[in-house]
Design a binder for this molecule. Structure first.
Ligand code: GNR
Ligand code: NI
Length: 168
């Protein structure tokens, strides 16, 4: 097990579009374990492979209070989205300290594979629905701040640059 470094916005690698996972092998299962460890340690409720510089369609989520309900989604697809929308205050481990409201479909039905290649479908609502959509955006190279106004995005980039200077 290992903690993986998390890329921070506006790192251009966060714009990479992930490729489908084709091999359900021990390497994949080790990556899933490392991503889960990294998510729990951060702490966060989700993590996409893109954020740890692996450009494969893979994400982990745990929205439970007890932090013992790990969900692994490999090659996820949204089969259905509700017409109903919901606004949620989102944050992102790749944009630390930034939280803002994003509106998305309230419920989604997702098809994905687990770390052994078995296909499953899951109906998601609440924070799980928000999180699945937020993570799937990462796999397409999209960070939640891209839903905000250009002015806000500019302010966030400035804030992140100052953070990086301080850390250096
Ligand atoms: O930890 C996280 N919390 C969160 C809160 C509201 C909406 C989305 C998220 S996902 C985020 C972890 C993360 O950055 N995943 O990509
Ligand atoms: Ni994120």
């Amino acid at each position: 097990m290992a903690l993986l470094p998390i890329l921070e916005y506006p790192d251009p690698r966060l714009k990479t579009v992930a490729r489908p996972v084709t091999r359900f092998d021990d390497r994949l299962r080790a990556l899933v374990a490392d991503m889960a460890e990294t998510m729990y340690e951060a702490p966060g409720v989700g993590l996409a492979a893109t954020q740890v510089d692996f450009h494969e369609r893979l994400l982990v989520i745990d929205v439970s209070e007890s932090k013992d309900q790990l969900k692994v989604f490999i090659n996820p697809e949204i089969l259905w989205s509700s017409e109903e929308r919901v606004e949620c205050e989102e944050g992102c481990l790749s944009v630390p300290g930034v939280y803002d409201a994003v509106t998305r479909p309230a419920r989604v039905r997702v098809r994905a594979q687990d770390e052994h290649g078995a296909t499953f479908e899951l109906d998601c609502e609440g924070l799980l629905a928000v999180c699945v959509q937020h993570e799937m955006d990462h796999l397409l190279g999209k960070v939640f701040v891209e839903y905000l106004s250009p002015l806000k995005q500019d302010r966030i980039r400035t804030k992140m640059r100052k953070r990086k200077v301080k850390a250096a």
